[in-house]
Design a protein around this ligand. Sequence first.
Ligand SMILES: [Zn+2]
Length: 475
Amino acid sequence: MKKGFGISIGIVLLALVIGAILLSSWFFEGEPPQVNLSPKPQVIGKESVFELEVSDSKRGLRLISISVKQGEVVQTLMEEDLTKRGSSGEDLHLLKRQVIFKPLEKGLKGGKAILSLVAYDRSLRNGGEGNRSSIEWEVEIDTTPPFVRAVAPYHYYNMGGTGVVVYETAEDSTESGVRCGDQFYRGFRVKDRQGLWICFFPIPQEHTSKDRCQLYSKDRAGNENQTQFSYQIRPKKFRSDSITITEDFLKAIYPYFESIGIGNTQGQLVEWFKFINGKQREMDESKFSQMAKSTHEEALWEGVFLRMKDAAPMAGFGDRRSYKHGGQIIGDSVHKGVDLASLEHSPVEAANSGRVVFTGDLGIYGKTIILDHGQGIFSSYSHLSEIKVEVGQGISKGQVIGKTGKTGLAGGDHLHFGIMVQGVFVNPIEWWDALWIKEKISRWIEPEGKEATEAGPREAEKGPGKKKPLRPKRS
Ligand SMILES: [Zn+2]
């Protein structure tokens, strides 16, 4: 009996000891919390936002603190007692938080600093302080907005044309360009010219003062700057005409559309025309912009763009058209390129060097080729009868890439030529003008040492071949 009683006591004691060990290994657990800040800041700007993540799988979190040390100054950016969280007093095992740093408000200056992140858990170790985790690293505080300024004192742009601005910005700028209203057009580095950038942007046919354009730059610390640059937009009148759409015309263009899956007339050719001129045209134009989303960082083009040889202009950029059928207006459109006609199936040359980004059927534009010339400039060739190039292919200026035709919404054999700047069609005429290219672009980005001045207002629309000598004028 006595022996059995002794064993029972032994078992109870053993259970108590094991229980005590289990409890103390719970209350006195030795696993420190995990701390992380992402992205781990290297540079802190005027206002930088980071994601904080702290976790503790055992007892839970007790305290988190973030501080910055700069010389003798130590500033606490955040300190929070996490035991007070939650109404039911449950342990907190994971904390995710957005942390906003505004160094200037904390009396910190530009320059190096040490950022440290400390977390404690609710273990009773270390005299009740808990397990401690900390990370510490050097950061750079940079609260100066990047400078950005235009190189030329004044700029003249044509409505519906291309805006060009050459500018300088801080070396640590990570994103810069031109902002017009809520649109942003990115700038690109000028080759072999340290600190010099160029931005090409579209000047809409309807330019309103609320779309006022400004230069923009953002640096690696996220500091932003926006500055004015002087420019003037010359108004331009665009042509309007009306085109009669006949049954015969619709019957003639229909087979091509049927072959590319845009048929479905249900015998209603006029209704079908309304669809292709409306919804289909919209889809096609967004396809063009889509193609221009990514571009080569460097200029692949050089010098003036080529205009199709011996070709008569049939329609200009920005022409407003209304389509009539049986005395009724059945649709309208704005012409986004220039129509050039020569002999049937004439060779089509690449207007400048670049890379093929699209070939194929493109709705009302018919068989189309799109070339990327780099830095946001694209050219397009539509209504072709033949395509001789493939996507990805490098193309040199003047290379024959296809043949003219009348595929798509075309009344006869011609080339519809378009120029896109950052996904928006602009008037190609400027790009055919060697003087415009020289005045607006080349002279500003030429190797250093050459004097550059913007010339006064000038009618850009002289067309090719009619070049006036360059007379720079200070304004
Ligand atoms: Zn056209």
